[in-house]
Design a protein around this ligand. Structure first.
Ligand code: NAD
Length: 349
């Protein structure tokens, strides 16, 4: 039965005091976690339904305070589907369709799966897609020639060479041979360099996905402690730069970081991109934190992230699952970048 606050003088007094004290706090989930014990002490045995009459605008915060409810799962798949659908509508009305070239070298099973997904997303969004499956033993020169041809092809607006490449090929050289305005993965030195300015051309898709997922929670990034675990050029560093650009206080942790837990515990926003299952456990996470798990690990045919999801979700405020979190969002961001590349091509020509 729903219990309402009555109109007696006593109840009116309680209502007034509660609103005065907690109205601003309850708007923000970070505050909720920080003030949890204080709020619980003052509310005492008050019933959730009674308090929700006073604060109807933030049911999630109330549930979190009273039940210490598990983290809200950030549904990357659903958010990504919406983005792809929106792109589809835009592309439908475009005279010149965006074109994406997907280059796969060799038979790495994981790479094959990723490229299959990207091809499927392209079809779904209405992006014209050319796929190149190249032999493991292709020479570096032949691969560079292909990239060069794609750079010159006006039907192709984005070029993506799936990494990793076989050992005899210089990955950096091939990646940097992609023209910056066609670099939809955002991995060339020019694209990465632009992260240091506020005028990004094509930002790395995974880093964009991470920021998008954090923002989807409604949590503010500005002024928050953000900790990024992993410092690779394609994930960790770009994510850190983008969080900095959004005015977070950013800490980057890596394989040589001493006392990882000491750092992660301080994170209002925790992004993990390492490639080690269960690296982040419940006791390493601050209550109410937004946790974004970029890691992809295969354990006995199952995909898992770097975060001990089942236990961490008991303390986090929001958390991404693996699969179904950063992965689909990265692909959606790739499609967005391809569309952006059409605009860039127009501006350049
Ligand atoms: P990487 O191997 O290039 O970098 C891993 C980073 O982790 C390094 O910077 C290293 O210093 C750090 N590290 C290693 N051990 C550590 C430890 N014990 N404590 C703290 N830091 C440690 O990997 P990457 O390319 O950045 O990818 C990271 C993970 O993200 C992988 O699992 C990868 O498959 C995944 N990934 C997912 C997506 C996606 O779309 N979901 C995209 C790219 C990468």
């Amino acid at each position: 039965m729903r219990c309402s606050i009555g109109n007696s003088k006593k109840h009116k007094n309680i209502k007034f005091k509660l609103i005065k004290k907690f109205n601003p706090l309850l708007r923000n989930q970070f505050y909720c976690s920080a003030k949890l014990s204080k709020i619980q002490r003052i509310f005492g045995n008050a019933r959730k339904s009674m308090i929700s009459d006073i604060f109807p605008f933030n049911q999630f915060c109330l549930a979190y305070i009273f039940n210490k409810m598990p983290a809200k799962i950030i549904d990357g798949k659903k958010i990504a589907e919406k983005i792809i659908n929106d792109l589809k509508s835009k592309i439908k009305n475009m005279k010149e369709k965006p074109g994406l070239a997907l280059v796969l070298v060799g038979n790495n099973p994981a790479s094959e799966v990723y490229v299959n997904f990207k091809e499927k997303d392209s079809k779904e969004a209405g992006v014209y897609c050319e796929r190149y499956n190249l032999d493991e033993n292709i020479s570096e020169m032949d691969l560079l020639n292909l990239v060069n041809n794609l750079n010159q092809n006006p039907k192709i607006h984005g070029v993506l060479v799936q990494l990793p490449l076989p050992k005899h090929i210089d990955e950096n050289l091939v990646t940097n041979s992609i023209l910056p305005h066609k670099d939809v993965d955002g991995f060339t030195a020019v694209s990465l360099g632009h992260l240091f300015s506020d005028k990004t051309i094509l930002a790395p898709a995974t880093a964009r996905a991470v920021i998008h997922l954090i923002e989807s929670t409604g949590a503010k990034i500005e002024g928050k402690n953000a900790v990024v675990v992993g410092r690779s050029n394609i994930v960790g560093k770009p994510v850190a730069m983008m969080l900095l650009e959004k005015n977070a206080t950013v800490t980057i942790c890596h394989s040589r970081t001493k006392n990882l837990e000491e750092n992660t515990k301080k994170a209002d926003i925790l992004v993990v991109a390492v490639g080690k299952p269960n690296l982040i456990t419940k006791d390493m996470v601050k209550e109410g934190a937004v946790v974004i798990d970029v890691g992809i690990n295969r354990i006995g045919g199952k995909l898992v992230g770097d975060v001990d999801f089942n236990n961490v979700k008991e303390v986090a405020g929001f958390i991404t699952p693996v699969p179904g979190g950063v992965g689909p969002m990265t692909r959606a961001m790739l499609m967005e970048n391809t569309l952006k590349a059409v605009e860039l091509a127009k501006r350049i020509s």
